[in-house]
Design a protein around this ligand. Structure first.
Ligand SMILES: Cc1cc2nc3c(=O)[nH]c(=O)nc-3n(C[C@H](O)[C@H](O)[C@H](O)COP(=O)(O)O)c2cc1C
Length: 181
């Protein structure tokens, strides 16, 4: 028997219109980490977006993937740059996530960062960073899927930021927070 949140019938039956709001809610049950993907465009300008579509694609060769909305203002920078960096955010970087998900103009003025491979902006305080060469761009409906080959990476064993059902959470336990406070 179904409840309001768990219907017995499928979300899409017969001629029913596709329920986008419920579809997004269902997708939101998949907990993810949060990254800021950054790049340096050929004209030297920096671009970065908050992104939870990041995942590992292949171990050998080391490939990762993520996707960006086609109406993103940052799309041309990522298409032209040839490289990108994935910065996995730490438990205390919710403000960084909000900055790179907002419409604000100078996002990089608000976070500490330093140059990496090909001048890629690397965000200080991230749990891990993957510096990549763009290997393939795939059309994906209203998004573009980027596949990158990992050239370099770094990792610090600290609690990470999590996104689940539209809310920020962390992987930190009480013991972790005592340690990192
Ligand atoms: C937790 C979280 C995850 C997000 N993941 C993605 C993503 O994977 N792909 C995407 O295109 N936008 C994603 N967004 C939205 C972008 O960060 C947001 O649209 C950003 O403003 C795009 O900036 P731009 O249009 O200046 O490029 C996410 C936002 C949040 C808060």
């Amino acid at each position: 028997m179904g409840t309001a949140s768990q219907p017995a019938r499928p979300a899409r039956a017969g001629d029913e219109p596709f329920d986008t709001a419920r579809y997004r809610q269902a997708l939101g049950t998949f907990a993810t980490g949060i990254t800021v993907v950054t790049t340096r465009a050929p004209d030297g300008s920096l671009a970065g977006v908050t992104c939870n579509s990041f995942n590992s694609l292949s171990l050998s060769p080391p490939l990762v993937l993520w996707s960006l909305r086609k109406d993103s203002r940052s799309l041309p920078a990522f298409q032209d740059a040839g490289h990108f960096a994935v910065n996995v955010l730490a438990h205390d970087q919710e403000a960084v996530s909000r900055t790179f998900a907002s419409k604000g103009e100078d996002r990089f003025a608000q976070v500490d960062h330093r140059p990496g491979v090909a001048g890629l902006p690397l965000i200080e305080g991230a749990v891990s960073r993957f510096q990549c060469r763009l290997r393939q761009e795939v059309d994906g409906g209203d998004h573009v899927l980027f596949i990158g080959e990992v050239l370099d990476f770094a990792h610090e064993p600290r609690p990470a930021l999590v996104f689940h059902e539209g809310a920020y959470k962390t992987t930190a336990t009480t013991a972790d927070l005592d340690t990192v406070a």
